[in-house]
Design a protein around this ligand. Structure first.
Ligand SMILES: NC(=O)c1ccc[n+]([C@@H]2O[C@H](COP(=O)([O-])OP(=O)(O)OC[C@H]3O[C@@H](n4cnc5c(N)ncnc54)[C@H](O)[C@@H]3O)[C@@H](O)[C@H]2O)c1
Length: 398
């Protein structure tokens, strides 16, 4: 087995794959479509980050590719439909940077409450501005978390450890952690919270959910954070609320339109405002998160190669086959139509192969069956399995 890891994927991923007996080649940057196609010859596993486009053309050029690991959060750069149609599993790391986002939120809350950016700026300009005016402890203050998912719920726990009283609002019925109090509407949360922080997901319906009305409903002199998605907030309205003093401070990490490259110019109505902390979408960008992404995706790729497990695959049905002492394991990806399993099993029966264990899962148009057999498999039988019309991909894991 050979793996090609691009874009400076964390070295931990290389060790995980090498220790599993997979030959690993690394490459520092991203590759263009043509260069990637040329490099993929004989490659079984491709590892990328956000800059390499894995297009339908790339996947068609190397249909024997077994898996693609996106060592990042998003998977927009991979044509997932094309990957599924070739039976290529794709994995990413959806949770690895959540703690980093939580820590930036906490840092921002304290920095705004103490007006740290103003104090810092004054001192760098040579002005000794020692004063307690407008500076507050966060202990005992109320925090309103909108979106109580992976990030919102972790933030809830850490904020309580600082002595904050947490309220949250989520459109789903989420279990309250610690002493957090659930609100039944956004308005109810806004009535309670002295600091409001958004951690909703990027569904289309969330566009503009936080605008003039919601800002006006916030308690006077409260603080506001958005580390979720840029398009959920009306930033012109936020600017007006800060300028009028209704909102005492804001921390924003995400913007509706973000520059593509490091060093590119950035513009926003929020630039230049006092006690407004702007960060370039770095909520999840820490070395710890990168290491965890390397570990997480590296492990998922290794487990898929060695056992057929598709845990947290973004495109294939989820199957976690148990460890087995049987002689051979057949991993069969197929079109999800009636009767496929019966046809597979008929081929096995025709060749007198006993099934020791079998699991099946389906997702959309794809089906995935893992079958453990107690005998070695003949080439003729495997050819027959491949010839079953619905077969997309057949792998034997010994
Ligand atoms: N700033 C960064 O660098 C960074 C890094 C990672 C994630 N994020 C973003 O943070 C956000 C949260 O990430 P997560 O992993 O916690 O997501 P998640 O899917 O685990 O949680 C989102 C929660 O928001 C809830 N929700 C959705 N719409 C809502 C609404 N209108 N009102 C109330 N609740 C709503 C959902 O039910 C869910 O519980 C995402 O938008 C993600 O893209 C940003």
């Amino acid at each position: 087995m050979r793996a090609l890891l691009l874009e400076n994927v964390h070295p931990l991923a290389c060790s995980i794959l090498s220790e599993a007996g997979i030959e690993v080649e690394t490459y520092g940057g991203a590759l263009s479509e043509d260069d990637l196609i040329a490099k993929l010859e004989d490659v079984d596993v491709l590892g990328i980050r956000s800059k390499t486009e894995v297009t339908a053309r790339v996947l068609k050029s190397r249909p024997d590719l077994v898996a693609v690991g996106a060592f990042c959060i998003g998977t927009n750069q991979i044509d997932l439909a094309a990957a599924t149609s070739h039976g290529i599993a794709a994995f990413n790391a959806p949770y690895s940077n959540t703690r980093s986002v939580v820590e930036l939120a906490i840092a921002n809350i304290i920095a705004m409450a103490r007006r740290l950016t103003e104090r810092d700026k004054a001192l760098h300009e040579g002005i000794w501005d020692k004063s307690a005016e407008g500076a507050h402890e966060v202990r005992g203050r109320t925090l309103g978390i909108v979106g109580y998912g992976n990030i919102g719920s972790q933030l809830s726990v850490v904020a309580e450890m600082l002595g904050m009283q947490v309220y949250f609002y989520d459109t789903d019925d989420k279990l309250a952690l610690g002493n957090a109090r659930r609100c039944s509407s956004l308005d109810e949360l806004l009535d309670h919270a002295e600091t409001v922080t958004l951690h909703v997901d990027g569904r289309a319906g969330n566009a503009g959910i936080f605008g003039r009305d919601q800002l006006a409903r916030m308690r006077p002199r409260s603080l506001f954070l958005n580390l979720s998605r840029g398009f959920v907030v009306d930033y012109d309205a936020l600017r007006d609320a800060v300028v009028s003093g209704h909102v005492a401070g804001a921390a924003v990490d995400v913007f509706p339109v973000e520059p593509k490259r490091r060093g590119d110019r950035f513009d926003s109505p929020l630039r230049g405002l006092k006690n407004v902390i702007l960060t370039p979408h770095v909520g999840g960008s820490t070395e710890e998160a990168q290491e965890d992404i390397g570990r997480f995706v590296g492990t998922k790729l290794r487990d898929y190669l060695l056992s057929g497990s598709t845990t947290l695959s973004v495109n294939l049905p989820t199957l976690v086959p148990e460890h087995s002492d049987h002689a051979s394991r057949i991993a069969h990806i197929h079109e999800n139509t009636p009767g496929v399993l019966a046809r597979l099993n008929q081929v096995l029966a025709d060749h007198d192969v006993n099934i020791g264990g079998q699991v099946l899962a389906t997702r959309g148009h794809a089906g995935y069956a893992v079958t453990d057999t107690s005998s070695k498999l003949s080439r003729a039988m495997l050819d027959e399995l491949r010839a079953v019309p619905e077969t997309i991909r057949l792998r034997v894991i010994d």
